[in-house]
Design a protein around this ligand. Structure first.
Ligand code: NAD
Ligand code: DAU
Length: 341
């Protein structure tokens, strides 16, 4: 590996991966290719912007001509694809962009990558492809039962990566990460949303009873996991990157309020997300066998994360305007108003 294209590298996890790779591998060229949708943010990459082994190019992974051009001019030999529409609630409001990026975009990247004979293609996927796990843990060979348009689009993308391996012998590999938290996460997702809303004494809309369980993984552990799978994983295989930290949403909400010294009276139990998965849980043995070891303890990681949003208002205040407020209104206005009726 020498010239690595990181698609979606201006988002939350992709930017953590870029920052990690630029520092860890000075002899690699890291080229970030990102459309800069509402979720893409060049501020996430400020710390590497002057590094000699880093470049940024703006573009869409579903734009075949643009992808071909980038692969050629940078002599790309490896692709790591983080680019996605990633928010479940937005996929329920309108699945269109999810099909464009998470299915068609992945196909275009694979197809152009194959034609150029790239050495490895890593598709970053999610535990949501397994669907709701009432009991036990999902392992890599379990069946897919995605429930939201987001989860189904991610399943489609990774199945295409698998098909390119089986049919064309392309070296493709898949990671399935669990719920990720940490700095630079767009404040529509649970931890940054509730932290930044609570800082402003706004209501925290907990869906349903808040007893849904997610398995939480720190973003730096996620980025290191993708690095390890990229370097040591076996072609054609998938690897779960599980946090092994299962928590209820309501417990996390209480902890965020406690860390900020804010009252529980900010909590509102609003009508549930449609098709809401109750629980995700995966085994992490396969990635552990490659040498992956998480470094973050969840309680310390959450505290440091909440502190980061407290100290970095410059980063999130400018996001919470314009398009963000339109989405907020569509997603929450009726839900919150229904409690007052
Ligand atoms: P994000 O929404 O923060 O970032 C997505 C990035 O992709 C943005 O920079 C955006 O501009 C870019 N992008 C979107 N459409 C594009 C397109 N057509 N062409 C080029 N770039 C495009 O997402 P994230 O939370 O960082 O997630 C990254 C990846 O990890 C996604 O594939 C997601 O499915 C997966 N994942 C996320 C989590 C999580 O908890 N956040 C957990 C497991 C897996
Ligand atoms: O599991 C991995 C997935 O984790 C990733 O593939 C997705 O890209 C990522 O967005 C995340 O999906 P979730 O739907 O689990 O994350 P979200 O932060 O949206 O919600 C976490 C939980 O909190 C979920 O059970 C819904 C609940 N929630 C969320 C929001 C935004 C609320 O109760 N209220 C809210 O306002």
């Amino acid at each position: 590996m020498k010239n690595i294209l990181v698609t979606g590298g201006a988002g939350f996890i992709g930017s953590a991966f870029v920052r990690h790779m630029v520092a860890a591998y000075p002899d690699y060229n890291i080229i970030c290719y990102d459309k800069l949708t509402y979720a893409g943010n060049i501020d996430n990459l400020l710390s590497v912007s002057d590094e000699g082994n880093y470049r940024f190019e703006r573009g869409d992974i579903a734009d075949r001509a643009a992808v071909r051009h980038i692969l050629e001019i940078y002599c790309i030999d490896t692709i790591v694809n983080f680019a996605a529409e990633s928010h479940v609630d937005r996929s329920i409001l309108d699945p269109d962009a999810f099909i464009h990026t998470d299915v068609v975009g992945v196909y275009i990247l694979l197809d152009e990558g194959r034609k150029r004979g790239i050495k490895r293609f890593c598709q970053v996927s999610t535990d949501e492809v397994y669907g709701d796990i009432e009991a036990g843990h999902s392992s890599e060979d379990d069946r897919f039962l995605p429930n939201s348009p987001y989860a189904a689009s991610k399943a489609g993308g990774e199945l295409m990566a698998r098909a390119y391996h089986v049919t064309y012998g392309m070296d493709t590999i898949i990671t399935r990460g669990s719920n990720t938290y940490g700095p630079f996460q767009y404040p529509e997702k649970l931890v940054p949303f509730f932290t930044t809303e609570a800082l402003d004494d706004k209501p925290l809309p907990v869906y349903g009873d808040g007893k849904q369980i997610r398995d939480w993984l720190h973003v730096e552990d996620h980025a290191r996991g993708v690095d390890l799978v990229l370097h040591r994983g076996v072609a054609g295989e998938a690897y779960n990157l599980a946090g092994e930290n299962q928590r209820c949403n309501i417990d996390i909400t209480h902890r965020i309020l406690e860390l900020l010294g804010k009252p529980r009276s900010l909590i509102r139990h609003v009508p549930d997300r449609e098709g809401h998965d109750r629980r995700y849980a995966m085994t992490a043995e396969k990635a552990r066998a490659l040498g992956w070891q998480r470094q973050y303890d969840f309680d310390q990681g959450l505290e440091a994360t909440v502190d980061w949003y407290v100290s970095n208002e410059w980063w999130w205040r400018k996001i919470k305007t314009g398009e963000y407020l339109d989405f907020y209104k569509m997603q929450y206005a009726q839900r919150l108003a229904s409690l007052e009726a």
